[in-house]
Design a protein around this ligand. Structure first.
Ligand code: CU
Length: 164
């Protein structure tokens, strides 16, 4: 359980950064915001698809995956995610260890893919354990597009759309 303690500590840090980061003056967000502003007349057109949560082994923690497709000529950013089921944070995976990030870029005419082994949502302090066949509702908060709701289907623990 050492890893879990580290994760919780990391999330506590991420939480305070997220609050302090409203002005977006960190490296990544200021850079991509500048990029987005340079073509501020171009609007993102976002669509969420393929959202799922693998049925978790633990009662209070799960991962979430989805794809945000952007058909617009303007980039956007996923800046936070909320859900009634618990706390949601954004994680990247590098060298098989995950770390909290403050935002994910949604490129213009491109897609943000949250998938196994890569970027993902971390659902914690769950009020109940998601069961196969249920749906988990999340609200995705974007810098430009505002809040977009998504339903994540609870799938089998080993579900991976890439291999199916
Ligand atoms: Cu994670």
């Amino acid at each position: 359980m050492r890893r879990r303690g580290a994760l919780i500590a990391a999330i506590a840090v991420a939480g305070s950064l997220a609050l302090a980061g409203c002005g977006g003056d960190t490296d990544t967000s200021s850079k991509s915001q500048a990029k987005a502003e340079s073509k501020s007349d171009a609007k993102p057109e976002l669509k969420i698809s393929g959202g799922f949560v693998p049925e978790p082994a633990m009662a209070d923690m799960a991962a979430g995956f989805l794809t945000v497709t952007n058909a617009g000529a303007g980039a956007d950013q996923l800046t936070s995610v909320t859900s009634d089921i618990g706390e949601v944070t954004m994680h990247s995976t590098k060298d098989q260890s995950m770390k909290p990030v403050k935002s994910f870029d949604v490129p213009a005419n491109g897609a943000l893919k949250l998938e196994r082994g890569g970027n993902h949502l971390m659902l914690q302090k769950l009020k109940h354990k998601p069961k196969l066949g249920e749906k988990v509702s999340v609200e995705l908060h974007f810098a430009k597009s505002g809040t977009v709701k998504a339903e994540l289907d609870v799938k089998a623990a080993n579900h991976n759309p890439k291999t199916q």
